[in-house]
Every structure is written in structure tokens, then in C-alpha cells.
Design a protein. Structure first.
Length: 336
């Protein structure tokens, strides 16, 4: 299976401690937790979006209402400049570095980025243009972050698809910091450097770079505590702390590029995927959600709600494709 991306177990904190469900068996309930924007509810990267919104790094994509984030739209170079300028609180400057951003709503942020030498322009060697409305690539954003934080050089070579890329060094520096895990989980041996960066992906990068607290909207286990995985990426372990007696919603599924190989998309959409969750050796009851597709992405997910009694628990999640185990994550959960 040549999966584009598969989510890890995600736990959404429900801000109602008093709401208690039976521990076993668990029945899925219509619990929802919504953040700042109306168009990212349930998005795999909603936690990052909400975190940077609370930090004042993004205001939305539809002023003046700004109740939408447009998570799957391509991040423009100007928008990325604004994110980085706000994240680092870069000072204003009177200098005007580029000829193609005059009057642009984000011209000030672009000039602040240039003043800090985080960007050089888009038309070397002249570099008198910034190309503000052009979509930003994943490699270009890695370069922005590597320069912004003055990340040191590294001998690490994380990905197989950026060999010889002019920005390979920046990509590896960002990966070593843990700000990106790759673009093809669970293997994550690819970065997709020339793919356009989405606004949701940029939120994930920035949240990790700033170590912003997770707001409790959608909280993948990998975001609670960096997991330790086997070399092949199919066996992972991690530890996390949850609130005893607090109700959680569990959403999990596979988010894949369709088609995987010729004909495999039919197997995926017909249900040839599965997810199993156990808590302390007992199966957790999960209800399948309707298949959702958006462009080349298909999502098959399951949902349940659960509470943790005080103490230490073991939670095991397994993803299977056509009966073959793709990934097993073991979480050691401390509820207090």
C-alpha cells in the first residue's frame, strides 16, 4: 500500500468532566468540540490550527468575519511571511525590498521577513521580487523556518525524495527539530518537497516550532509525547497523561491517497481497512463513520467515547489493510 498519509490515534478532549459514559462496553455518542473556525471541525490538523489562532498567528481566511481558516487551500508566500513575522514578533521596517508587493495587504510582513534575512526573494540572482501570491512549497517553508530560527547544520538525512534538492539542508534541519515527520506516514521516509504547502500543514509546523500548547480540540497521541517507533515505523510506543473521570472522544481512521495503486482505491472505499482499539486488554466498542472523500483523499474513520479511571492503563491501537497489520501503537496512559 503506497499510502499518502494515515492518521494516528486521535483523542479529542471534551470539556465536560461531568458527562460520564459507561466504561465497558462503550457506545459512540454525538460529542463535538468546535474551535475558532467553522471549516476545520474534525480536520486531522485542527489542533495546530486552533493553537496558532489562540497565539494570534492567524486570524482566518475570510475577513472581516474570519470564521473560516481554509485548511486545505495552498499557503501563499505572503501568508507564510505573515505567519513567521507574527510568530517571531519581527519589528517593523521602513525599507521596501521588493517591487511586486507594493500595496499588498501583507507587504509589511514581507518586508519584515526580508529585513531579518529570512527570505531573499523569488527571482535569483536579482531577487527584487517576492511573488507574494504564489503558492509556497513544503521545501520553501522549511527554508523559512530554518533561517528564522537559525537552525544549525546537521549530518542527518531523513528523507529519500529530497536528494540533491537545493533546500535539502533546510528540510533535514527542520526534521531534526521534530517540526515535521514527513508526508507518508507511518513510514515517513518522504518529505514531498515540491508539493504545495496547505494552510493546515503550515499550522502544524508553526505549532511545533513554537511549542504551543495543544488546545484540546483534536489531539493525536503523537502530539502528546513524541512516540518511539520501530525502524520500519509499524510499531510505536508512547506515554501520555489524561484527566481521570474526563470524557474523551476517540476518532480514528486511515487518510489515504486514492488511488494507492491501480485498482486499490476500490478496495479501500469498499471497506477493506480496519481499526481496532483495546484498553487494558478489553476491546473498545467503535462505530464506523461514513466514508468521506475530498479530491484525492479518502477517509475511513471510527468513533467512540471513553473515560479513564485513576491509575495507569495500556491502550493498544491497530490499523489493518486487507488483513495485514500496518501499524500498532501502544500507549501507556496515566490518568490522574
Amino acid at each position: 500500500m503506497t499510502a499518502r498519509r494515515s492518521s494516528v490515534l486521535s483523542v479529542t478532549v471534551v470539556a465536560m468532566v461531568a458527562l460520564v459514559v459507561a466504561f465497558f462496553p462503550l457506545q459512540a455518542q454525538a460529542l463535538t468540540v468546535n474551535g475558532r473556525f467553522i471549516d476545520d471541525n474534525g480536520h486531522p490538523l485542527e489542533n495546530g490550527i486552533e493553537a496558532i489562532a489562540r497565539a494570534g498567528i492567524t486570524f482566518g481566511c475570510n475577513p472581516p468575519a474570519n470564521d473560516r481558516y481554509c485548511p486545505d487551500e495552498t499557503m501563499t508566500r505572503a501568508q507564510a511571511a505573515a505567519f513567521v513575522a507574527r510568530a517571531l514578533s519581527l519589528p517593523d521596517t521602513d525599507d521596501d525590498f521588493f517591487s511586486d508587493d507594493n500595496g499588498h495587504a501583507l507587504e509589511s510582513a514581507i518586508n519584515r521577513l526580508a529585513e531579518a534575512e529570512i527570505t531573499l526573494g523569488c527571482n535569483p540572482p536579482a531577487n527584487d521580487r517576492f511573488c507574494p501570491n504564489r503558492g509556497l512549497t513544503r521545501a520553501e517553508f522549511a527554508a523559512f523556518l530554518a533561517r528564522a530560527y537559525e537552525l544549525p547544520e546537521t549530518g542527518s538525512d531523513r528523507f529519500v525524495d529530497d536528494e540533491g534538492h537545493v533546500l535539502e539542508g533546510a528540510i533535514n534541519r527542520v526534521a531534526v527539530e521534530g517540526w515535521t515527520f514527513g508526508c507518508n506516514p507511518p513510514t515517513n521516509n518522504r518529505y514531498c518537497p515540491n508539493d504545495r504547502l496547505t494552510r493546515a500543514q503550515s499550522a502544524g509546523f508553526v505549532r511545533r516550532a513554537l511549542e504551543l500548547p495543544i488546545p484540546g480540540i483534536v489531539v493525536p497521541l503523537s502530539e502528546w509525547n513524541r512516540s518511539a517507533c520501530s525502524r520500519g515505523g509499524d510499531r510505536c510506543t508512547l506515554s501520555l497523561v489524561v484527566g481521570a473521570g474526563t470524557t474523551y472522544r476517540v476518532d480514528e481512521g486511515l487518510f489515504q491517497l486514492v488511488p494507492y495503486r491501480s485498482g486499490e482505491e476500490a478496495a479501500f472505499t469498499s471497506g477493506n481497512t480496519s481499526f481496532r482499539l483495546t484498553l487494558d486488554g478489553n476491546p473498545v466498542s467503535l462505530s464506523a463513520l461514513p466514508l468521506r472523500t475530498s479530491g484525492s483523499i479518502a477517509e475511513r474513520a471510527w468513533v467512540s467515547t471513553m473515560t479513564f479511571s485513576s491509575g495507569v492503563h495500556t491502550m493498544v491501537a491497530e490499523w489493518r489493510w486487507a488483513g495485514t497489520l500496518i501499524q500498532r501503537t501502544t500507549a501507556h496512559v496515566s490518568a490522574r
